[in-house]
Design a protein around this ligand. Structure first.
Ligand code: ZN
Ligand code: ZN
Ligand code: FE
Length: 738
């Protein structure tokens, strides 16, 4: 008999009937049951039948389900008469909370069927689709414990809710035009369909509308309207950071972007993430994602989104691509309620809201692809709080607070690691308050009482202060973990690998053990210890926080020579002299091995970007230009000082900047691969981990991967956990348990 445990999105998606059906077809006897965080199957039959059953189980699973992991054990046979679905039990310990799921095809059909009683109902949903995490107060998942509790079901909805053959059997957020929540325009007497028509009219005529969604408000405007987009940029004080675009449908996406089969699969998946796609020269305004080759694209995922694009009113020329960017003042988490929306969105021409409360924030997830495999940039709506599985030494419960940038936190228990939705950059006190309340809500939901708190080592991170506070309040130990080690551990966790690895962590900024800034590190480590065995050549960051935004400062620290700096037009005379003075007299100077800053310096030397208005801007623009070069260089090993000089000299000789951007990637990849290879020779460790925000760079990652593979190393990759600081909470939690 086989004991099969299937982890993933396997609840509320018709998984158990599917298993029973397969079992019957394959003459398998046994049982299937929901176990909270997984589905457990006992299956007995002939060897061939079991083989067929297993393969169909994993390849023909229901469309809304997602299998993340399958555990199979052999057990002695028992006596079964047939195959049965066993009733769910709420087992204490392993709690499974479903992420929010995008509207399904059946509900979308009903939405636009004028004979259906939910015709044009903005909150239509069913057992297989709709909000979950963001409307949930407590477990178990029952209506009164969600924000739908305040809406009493009408008789017709109750009929479906209690009918086992209905596709809304036991669907907690079930509602209809008679009994459900309502959309409205704030400050205007416009409700329901009138509100939607009003919002459409504004969007069609170049206005900006704030729209309440699943996990927070979006700011929307016509993505082809340059001046509307510019007005949004000016109002949001967001000069160049790319905006995401929601397209009406796949064919509109294809008109503007290249779309591979894998990309399409994820773009159109039940999670509906933002997918970064290669732009074509289409009609999307150029200020939507300036200076980069990619566009963040998503498809409508709520009934309200569909109504905004397709509402059957007299408007015939409605845009098929809308900016949909998180609605938040800069530095603050996404807005979720009306009072804040009124305060924050005074520049919008309308606010389209609704009265179904959002209990937990969830920004849209963002996904890129490297060598046709996913590379998660922001793991949030649709994915959080799906746990990942890692065999730890201890099954204690942990709260890991995460980092300061792109914050997410992680709750763990019984080898299940639940990362939260995206919180954001925790520099602002308002964000700390949101982080704290989100931690409370998630621990209640998952019934996890932390016995250990974990956080970064940075003495000035707000997250460190919060961790200290919580550890005192709960009277439990606090463990601090080095930033880059946590990066490497997060990747080991994602791959459930606990052995020794060569860990490479390249990122922007992290607090090093010696008080300097780290960010270009080579470790030998396992889940208990790490040793920093190498790093890139250190350089000086002059001018505190400014050095993280102004790449020319780093470039000057490398060049050291004002004449050359002037020739490159790095900055005006006053600034050049100012920073030279700081460097010469060691004032406000910190030693750094940050690869992120090295990218900034190269971008400044190549006159691609001297000031970054958002984190990673210089690196993204450098990559975008490198991808335009088709020159093949022979890259020999050079350390980072030599790489810098090489690029500088070629630049002074007037070589093409796209080619030089490409050469920089080649040289950095070669250096990385060579150092790893040498470590492998020395230690005989064959497994390598690449982590840190720099590895979001798909060109660099792809080059390093192929060089390492060629040299026979086994690579653990990030796929669904971000390599950036959004992933480190998981690494922190792993360390705390080992
Ligand atoms: Zn549905
Ligand atoms: Zn109803
Ligand atoms: Fe980092």
């Amino acid at each position: 008999m086989l004991n099969i445990k299937i982890f993933g999105i396997v609840q509320g998606v018709g998984f158990r009937p599917f298993v029973k059906n397969l079992a019957d077809v394959n003459k398998i006897v046994g049982t299937v049951a929901n176990r909270g965080s997984y589905v457990e199957i006992f299956a007995q039959g002939s060897e061939d039948d079991l083989k067929n059953f297993l393969s169909a189980l994993q390849s023909k699973n229901p469309p809304r389900s997602a299998i993340l992991k399958v555990d199979i054990k052999n057990l002695p046979d028992k006596i079964f008469d047939d195959f049965q679905i066993i009733n769910s039990v709420h087992e204490a310990g392993d709690i499974f909370v479903s992420p929010d799921i995008s509207i399904c095809d059946k509900c979308a059909d009903e939405l636009f069927n004028s004979n259906d009683r939910r015709y044009l109902h903005p909150f239509i949903n069913c057992t297989a689709c709709g909000p979950r995490l963001t409307i949930l107060k407590n477990m178990p998942y029952d209506r009164e414990r969600t924000s739908m509790g305040e809406f009493t079901m009408c008789d017709a909805c109750a009929e479906e809710y209690f009918n086992p053959t209905s596709r809304r059997f036991d669907a907690q957020p079930i509602c209809c035009n008679d009994c459900g929540p309502e959309v409205y325009i704030i400050g205007k007497n416009l409700r329901g369909h009138d509100a939607i028509k009003f919002a459409r009219k504004i969007l069609a005529t170049g206005g900006i509308v704030a729209i309440k969604g699943i996990g927070g408000f979006h700011l929307a405007c016509d993505a082809k309207n340059f001046s509307a987009v510019q007005r949004l940029r000016n109002s949001k004080t967001r000069p160049t950071k790319p905006f995401a675009v929601m397209f009406k449908n796949i064919s509109a996406v294809k008109r503007e972007c290249f779309l591979s089969y894998v990309e399409k699969t994820f773009l159109d998946s039940p999670q509906k993430p933002i997918v970064l796609l290669q732009k074509k020269f289409g009609s999307i305004a150029e200020n939507v994602a300036p200076n980069i080759n990619k566009l963040g694209v998503m498809l409508p995922y709520t009934p309200l989104h569909l109504l905004i694009f397709y509402f059957p009113d007299e408007l015939t020329n409605f845009p098929d691509a809308l900016i949909m960017t998180s609605g938040n003042p800069s530095g603050v988490p996404i807005t979720i309620d009306d009072d804040d929306a009124i305060k924050n969105f005074d520049y919008c021409d309308a606010i389209l809201s609704h009265n179904r409360k959002i209990l937990l924030r969830a920004d849209d997830s963002v996904m890129d692809f490297i060598d046709n495999r996913t590379s998660m940039i922001r793991r949030s709506r649709g994915y959080a709080p799906l746990p990942i599985f890692f065999d730890s030494n201890s099954k204690k419960s942990v709260l890991a607070i995460g980092g300061e940038l792109k914050n997410t936190f992680c709750l763990a228990k019984n080898n299940l690691f639940y990362a939260s939705p995206y919180i954001g950059n925790v520099g602002d006190l308002r964000t700390i308050a949101v982080l704290e309340s989100s931690i409370r809500r998630m621990s209640d939901l998952l019934e996890i009482k932390p016995e250990i708190i974990a956080c970064d080592m940075h003495p000035r991170y707000q997250t460190t202060a919060l961790a200290e506070k919580i550890s005192k309040e709960l009277n439990v130990p606090l463990i601090k973990i080095q930033h880059h080690y946590a990066h490497v551990l997060s990747c080991m966790a994602e791959n459930n690998f606990g052995g020794e690895v060569i860990g490479v962590a390249f990122d922007g900024t992290g607090y090093g053990l010696d008080g300097t800034i780290w960010g270009g590190e080579f470790f030998i480590c396992d889940t208990k210890n790490f040793e920093r065995v190498n790093s890139i050549k250190s350089f000086i960051q002059a001018g505190g926080d400014k050095s993280a935004r102004e790449g020319w400062r780093i470039a000057l620290a490398f060049i050291k020579n004002l004449d050359i700096a002037r020739k490159l037009n790095l900055a005006d005379e006053k600034n050049l002299r100012g920073v030279k003075f700081l460097l010469d007299n060691n004032i406000n100077c910190v030693r750094s091995t940050s690869v992120g800053r090295l990218f900034d310096a190269i971008a400044a030397v190549l006159d691609i970007c001297k000031f970054s208005s958002y984190e990673g801007e210089a690196a993204m623009r450098l990559q975008a230009l490198a991808e335009r070069s088709n020159k093949k260089f022979r890259a020999d090993f050079k350390d980072t000082n030599e790489i810098f000089s090489e690029i500088l000299n070629r630049r002074l000789a007037g070589e093409n900047i796209c080619d030089l951007a490409r050469l920089f990637h080649d040289l950095l990849a070669e250096m990385t691969a060579e150092i790893v290879f040498e470590l492998r020779e020395r230690t005989k460790i064959k497994t390598v981990v690449l982590s840190g925000g720099v590895f979001q760079n798909s060109l660099l990652s792809s080059l390093v991967f192929s060089k390492l593979q060629y040299r026979g190393l086994k690579i653990l990759r990030h796929e669904l956990i971000p390599p950036n600081d959004g992933g480190i909470c998981i690494g922190q939690a792993i360390f705390a348990l080992n």
